[in-house]
Design a protein around this ligand. Structure first.
Ligand code: SF4
Length: 366
């Protein structure tokens, strides 16, 4: 098992390394191996943060990191949810994209001292059978390396997504002798799509044994809870911060006061507000959070089809340390949106925050 396998566990050579090691994944799970914890973290962060990076990379060695990938695939399969598969594959691809972009930039900067954990462009292209499909355009005089490439149209069309916009449409591209003129960073975007296809391929897989499913029951319960029930978010689009549940009210108050929220807290607040159909600008106005950060998180919380990522449930917020379950109200409303919905029904009059004269704060519960 090599560091590069841990960095790119979906590469064919990494899968081969796992196979050759003879590791029994069921035994790893039964023994509570660290790779299982890292696999759970991998999926959890994919669902909540859109990344599979470890929060504490130094906790895990090459073996843990590599074996966490097949464990994560088992967990995602047991979740048996299309949304979970999509979020997971997107997160693996986003993480890989960040890593290989860094590797390729570094390879150009370092020249002769390649790091064996990192990947270079020929190896990356070979991995996806694209080595014969990419031709570097001659650099202009004085340039060491040009930014333009020519990519075989078949390869281009295999990975381009119609949802990326008009710039990607073939009619708006230079197409000469079966090659499409492509910027280097665009090639990386296409490679990210290739990673996503590869990771998602075959998921969820059938045939995870009952024994393994039983052993992973606790992990699956936690991850299911993270996915929560999308239906809870339906039909709630009134924004009345004074009726927000205590957990969200406190996070909102802290954000408005300029406190740094940790990633889980920020995710919890933004997912709740997105569940009320606030757009990113409205969230910035309400919370005072950085517009770039909100836009970035919203791109993850809402996909291009408008599908909404569900806000975390009370149980999950309890595990994040966000919830204090005052007066045991969780027993009557196990989801913050459900709590909020009850409060709205009980209120005599509700004026939407967006329709008030002063829409900046003071409206949130103390
Ligand atoms: S029980 Fe639910 S709604 Fe109440 S504070 Fe905890 S997470 Fe929020």
């Amino acid at each position: 098992m090599e560091p590069r396998h841990a960095r790119y566990p979906f590469f064919a050579s990494a899968r081969e390394a796992v196979r050759e090691s003879g590791v029994d994944l069921a035994a790893l799970v039964a023994d509570g191996d660290p790779a299982v914890d890292r696999g759970r973290e991998r999926v959890e962060r994919a669902l909540t943060e859109g990344t599979v990076e470890a929060t504490e990379p130094r906790e895990w060695d090459t073996r843990d990191e590599l074996l966490s990938y097949p464990i994560a695939r088992i967990l995602v399969s047991l979740l048996d949810s299309r949304a979970a598969v999509e979020k997971y594959a997107e997160a693996e691809a986003a993480t890989a994209h960040r890593r290989f972009t860094e590797d390729l930039h570094q390879a150009r900067d370092d020249g002769a001292r390649p790091d064996p954990a990192r990947v270079d462009q020929p190896a990356l292209l070979r991995e996806f059978d694209l080595d014969g499909a990419v031709r570097v355009e001659d650099p202009k005089p004085g340039q060491v390396e040009g930014k333009w490439l020519w990519l075989g149209v078949g390869a281009y069309l295999s990975y381009v997504d119609p949802g990326w916009g008009d710039d990607w449409r073939l009619v708006n591209r230079e197409l000469v002798d079966g090659e499409v003129r492509t910027e280097r960073e665009e090639l990386y975007r296409l490679l990210r799509e290739a990673v996503e296809d590869r990771v998602g391929d075959g998921l969820p897989f059938e045939g995870v044994g009952d024994e393994l499913a039983d052993e992973l029951e606790a992990e699956i319960g936690d991850l299911r809870d993270l996915l929560a029930d999308r239906s809870v978010a339906a039909d709630l689009d009134v924004v009345a911060p004074e009726h927000f549940p205590p957990c969200v009210g406190k996070l909102l108050g802290r954000a408005q006061g300029g406190d740094d929220l940790d990633p889980y807290e920020r995710f919890s607040l933004l997912a709740f507000l997105a569940g009320l159909n606030l757009d990113a600008d409205e969230v910035v106005a309400l919370t005072g959070l950085d517009p770039g950060l909100v836009a970035d998180r919203f791109a993850y919380l809402r996909d291009d089809s408008g599908a909404q990522y569900p806000p975390p449930s009370c149980r999950t917020l309890g595990e994040y340390g966000v919830c204090e379950n005052e007066h045991n109200h969780r027993s009557v409303a196990p989801h913050p949106l459900e709590y909020y919905s009850r409060k709205l029904r009980e209120a005599d009059e509700v004026v939407d925050w967006r329709d008030r004269e002063h829409t900046d704060v003071g409206d949130a519960p103390a």
